[in-house]
Write a protein that binds this ligand. Structure first.
Ligand code: LLP
Length: 412
């Protein structure tokens, strides 16, 4: 989806240049509203960790997940603290499968609860900070994702504590006097929902097997969005109701109420954002027609990395109607895989789009999640600027990186 009018995007491109990320606050608020039935919405900020978006989340009562020291520091910069406790949940939770020394020190200093994906983490945390709050992230032995690269369950995944090791993990928790908050499962990203019942059942079975008490369970993230026209939007009422049933089974087993968290990244921000690019060249290559734009996989990596599909639209600079043509859309990088229209395995595909001319704007839709946050400086290209539109007001929330900033780290 593209929440913006052509006129808005034309004006922003004129003012800030391209490539440009543009986000719509109202869409983010709408997606948050879809999930209000959960006790806690914990935003997986890896999807987009701009501090202005984190502040928006905080104002809406959404707490955050952090997966690195940098993400913890971003959450703190946005005003979160580990003690922020809307609905009794910690403002920040750190989720990982390992600690480096600096991250462990930061977690301890700011008393950030840890969602541990390995027993080694429990020993290291326990030694540094006895009594620290922990969640256990459990790999239930199966997973799903929109690509193999986003499947986080099963024995081929590095994520989480293997389900059969739950007792050993609980022993480590007890050994160090760590305070167990809850069990967490995130089995993949961009998931279809055929198996949701199976995931909920796995959580209930885990709790019944575990010799421990819990305050909370986390459903993880993974909720998909309709990237393609015709994709169904997930039914969040149904999604909640399956997890709520699991929560009730857990509560009955434990004999007290249990808090239910959800941890989406993509669902909250993907549809709010577009990547605005300018067409800089068009050329035939045998039977293919290439449309070359000024953003590449250094900006939006998802098509090259996963064969991910992003809908596109064209804003003709002169507003004239254009015939529809099949075209390959590619970027400026000196690498053949820098193509926005490709399938899994890197097979270049054609897309039916209005015939582009140099100077037109090409809009890549649904780019608010895993867009800017996965950008790189490949080919020495500076990071693009980001704009947030809220209530008719457009605000620059990250300026374009300068070449001087790129070089600065090498001046030693
Ligand atoms: N919780 C945990 C522990 C995670 O590892 C992830 C995503 C999430 C929550 C949020 O998942 P979401 O709701 O956004 O699907 N770069 C890939 C996605 C990788 C996701 C990694 N972990 C993409 O562009 O599709």
């Amino acid at each position: 989806m593209n929440p913006f009018t052509d006129d808005t995007l034309r004006a922003l491109a004129r003012q800030h240049g391209t490539p440009l990320w543009v986000y719509d606050a109202a869409t983010i608020r709408q997606r948050i509203a879809d999930l209000r039935a959960f006790d806690t919405i914990r935003y997986a900020q890896k999807a987009n960790s701009n501090t202005h978006l984190l502040r928006l989340m905080r104002a809406e009562g959404v707490v955050v997940d952090a997966v690195s020291r940098g993400e913890i520091l971003r959450a703190l910069a946005a005003g979160y603290s580990a003690d922020d406790a809307p609905c009794g949940a910690s403002g920040i939770v750190f989720t990982a499968d390992l600690f480096d020394a600096a991250t462990l020190a930061t977690v301890v200093e700011h008393r950030v609860p840890v969602n541990a994906g390995s027993i080694d983490m429990l020993h290291q945390l326990g030694a540094a900070s006895p009594g620290h709050k922990v969640w256990l992230r459990i790999n239930p032995g199966f997973g799903h994702g929109h690509s193999n690269k986003t499947n986080t369950g099963g024995e081929h995944s590095k994520h989480g504590i293997w389900h059969a090791q739950l007792d050993a993990a609980l022993a480590a928790v007890r050994q160090h006097g760590l305070q167990l908050v809850g069990l967490h499962m995130h089995i993949g990203s961009g998931v279809d929902y055929g198996h949701l019942q199976q995931v909920c059942q796995a959580m209930v079975d885990l709790v019944k097997r575990a010799d421990c008490d819990l305050q909370a369970i986390s459903a993880g993230g993974g909720l998909s969005i309709p990237y393609r026209e015709g994709d169904a939007r997930i039914n969040t009422t149904h999604y909640f109701s399956l997890w709520n049933t699991a929560r009730q089974a857990v509560a009955t087993h434990l004999g007290h109420g249990v808090h239910l968290e959800i941890e989406p990244g993509r669902y909250l921000v993907a549809e709010s954002g577009v990547l605005l690019t300018e067409v800089r060249a068009t050329k035939p290559m045998g039977d293919n027609r290439f449309t070359l734009v000024d953003a590449g996989f250094s900006d939006l990596m998802r098509p090259s990395m996963y064969g991910a599909y992003h809908a596109m639209s064209l804003i003709a600079q002169d507003g004239t109607p254009r015939a529809t043509v099949d075209t390959v859309v590619a970027g400026p990088l000196c690498e053949s895989g820098d193509v926005f229209t490709q399938g899994d395995g890197g097979v270049v595909q054609r897309r039916a789009l209005p015939e582009a001319r140099v100077g037109d704007l090409l809009v890549l839709h649904d780019a608010g999640a895993y867009g800017a946050s996965m950008s790189s400086n490949y080919n020495s290209r500076p990071l693009a600027a980001e704009v947030l539109v809220d209530g008719g007001q457009a605000r620059l929330i990250r300026r374009r990186q300068s070449f001087g900033e790129l070089l600065a780290l090498e001046v030693v």
